[in-house]
Design a protein around this ligand. Sequence first.
Ligand code: XMP
Length: 317
Amino acid sequence: DWTSDVFIDATIDELKEKIGKDKVVMGLSGGVDSSVAATLIHRAIGDNLTCVFVDNGLLRKNEYEEVLDSYKHLGLNVIGVDSKQRFYDALSGKSDPEEKRKAIGNTFIEVFDDEAHKIQGVKWLGQGTIYPDVIESVSVNGPSATIKSHHNVGGLPDFMKLKVVEPLNTLFKDGVREVGRALQIPENIIGRHPFPGPGLAIRILGDVTPDKVAILQEVDHIFIQGLKDDKLYDEVWQAGAILLPVQSVGVMGDERTYEQVVALRAVTSVDGMTADWVHLPYEFLGKISNEIINKVKGVNRVVYDISSKPPATIEWE
Ligand code: XMP
């Protein structure tokens, strides 16, 4: 009979046995999988685990500070790395979705490798891989996915020669959440919607600039906070906003405006492989649309994505 407490005790014993007095390094994404995996490893080996949390400049509004704070409260030994400019430089002038992903993945590897080098005698790489990642062999979320999908790019960075420890690789998402709650990881991490590794970069169609990121962060924040305030957040599997490479005519007072269009997307899903758009209440959509247009400079039109997957994907890029 599976209970999270039995799983936790057994896993901690196994980790102690396996890792001994060795050092482990691990990248955190702010998502549930890497956070739960890190907390388990930390329970087993304490500060011999060093966690790395990278600000790639593509996170949501306030996310870096809030998540870093949660990790510190959990007692994790976590290094926050502000690499925003490095990612913006790597993305500069790139509009092709796959090129953007590659630039972000490669930059993440460089940043992570730099940090891993600073830890003396590290032997293991911790990863938040869960069972569906194992069977599909391509993980869709988190830094571990970024690492895997770039295994074959050039010479292997040093940290990839490390032995891998993946304490969650027998669990499904629900099990991971149960374990996380039993470990008293805060709800802002456990109940968090999935968020892609390349972050807001794949929700800014076309090339990415810090100004566009700033606009999208405000729009996303209004939408997500609205879902939370109206108790809709937990009914939705994933939600976000997309900044379209389109300007449309609007009117403000006697003036015509010519400004950006954003799309809102909210879906229900089990595993991200298929998804339905959520029939959010019209009153809610109307309220959020007004708030976005009134508060976010540069946006004069909001549309709602009513496509399901397949054939549409969840992300627009
Ligand atoms: P799609 O857009 O393929 O998304 O329907 C399915 C799920 O995968 C996430 N996604 C990604 N996650 N790196 C990631 O870590 C990526 O490049 C990526 N692309 C899509 C998406 O947010 C959704 O949860």
